[in-house]
Design a protein around this ligand. Structure first.
Ligand code: NDP
Length: 290
């Protein structure tokens, strides 16, 4: 082998893409998956299918985990705990920062090292130099295995020692990503009632998303300075605008649950007496449960 060998546990679309990226680079790859057939194409390309999770762990020091969540790790590794000692488990399964911290403690107590990762790429981007992954946990393990980690995504960003940090950074991205995409699905559903297709409105949606950075640049320093002046926008204006959004969807007969949730946030703002402030004031309301 031209490089250190690596184990990949979990062969969903992400794990398969990761194992394939390692094979592309000439790594010796051992894989394990609960449903063994998902390894077929990789085995055909030269990967070794471990008989069980224990063998997968024992095969290599560097072990990539790509499972649906952290609970799946405990399920998969039950009975193989003794094989964790001396291994560096790079956990690229997504879950909460708390789950990541618990897992890091569990792995450390078993004599292994846990690196938390949050991959900011869909499966087709795995192996690309342009994609990026957050990491956190022991810096020495990250430094030691950096070349191998950069096979998964060319860019890596070690956020710190706290194993929860990479999970947090990943979740912050998901907090933005899923609702943003859902807002487009909502627009597509509404557009369809007027005979417009997803492709028809995609360029306009893309321009809308592309402009978001300017709004963040404008509001972020003001929020951090506690400045919610209503000089460019007011919550009362946002409330009226979101009412138009809800009514436009309702009139068209499409689902209104998502826009109504946004409307509700604006209404909380005016109910709290902030109607004349910028809608950035809603950040203060969102800091505690409604
Ligand atoms: P999934 O999230 O569907 O994860 C599938 C993998 O988890 C399979 O290997 C599956 O095994 C395994 N698994 C699930 N439950 C168990 C269990 N109880 N015991 C053992 N193994 C189990 O697929 P992805 O590959 O898409 O995602 C993997 C991780 O990467 C997830 O945490 C996801 O959030 C994250 N991610 C995904 C992205 C994407 O675009 N897909 C992008 C960025 C991150 P089996 O094959 O037997 O079902």
């Amino acid at each position: 082998p031209v490089s250190q060998p690596v184990t990949v546990i979990g062969l969903g679309p992400m794990g398969q893409a990761m194992a394939a990226a390692y094979l592309d680079r000439g790594y010796e790859v051992t894989v394990w998956n609960r449903t063994p057939s998902r390894a077929d194409a990789l085995v055909e390309r030269g990967a070794t299918l471990a008989a069980d999770p224990e063998q997968a762990l024992l095969a290599n020091e560097l072990v990539i985990l790509s499972l649906i969540d952290y609970d799946a790790m405990y399920t998969a590794l039950r009975g193989a705990e003794h094989a964790v000692a001396g291994r560096v488990l790079v956990n690229l399964s997504s879950d909460t920062p708390q789950k990541a911290r618990e897992a890091a403690r569990w792995v450390t107590e078993l004599g292994g090292t846990h690196l938390t990762g949050g991959v900011l790429s869909p499966p087709p981007g795995i192996g690309s130099p342009d994609m990026s992954t957050f990491y956190s946990g022991p810096r020495a393990a990250y430094d030691k295995h950096r070349a191998a980690l950069e096979v998964i995504t060319g860019k890596t960003d070690h956020r710190g020692q706290d194993p929860g940090l990479a999970a947090l950074m990943y979740q912050l991205n998901m907090v933005i990503f899923w609702p943003a995409m859902l807002s487009y699905w909502q627009a597509v559903a509404l557009a369809a009632t007027h005979g417009l297709t997803a492709a028809d409105i995609a360029p306009y949606a893309a321009e809308n998303f592309a402009g978001m950075g300017q709004f963040l640049d404008f509001y972020a320093p003001r929020i951090d300075a506690g400045n919610h002046a209503g000089d460019v926008d007011r919550i009362s204006m946002g409330l009226a605008s979101m009412e138009h959004v809800v009514h436009t969807n309702a009139d068209a007969g499409v689902d209104t649950a998502f826009p109504r949730a946004v409307l509700d946030a604006f209404r909380r703002g005016t109910d709290a007496g902030y109607g004349a402030d910028s809608f950035s004031r809603l950040v203060e309301l969102l800091k505690q449960p409604a």
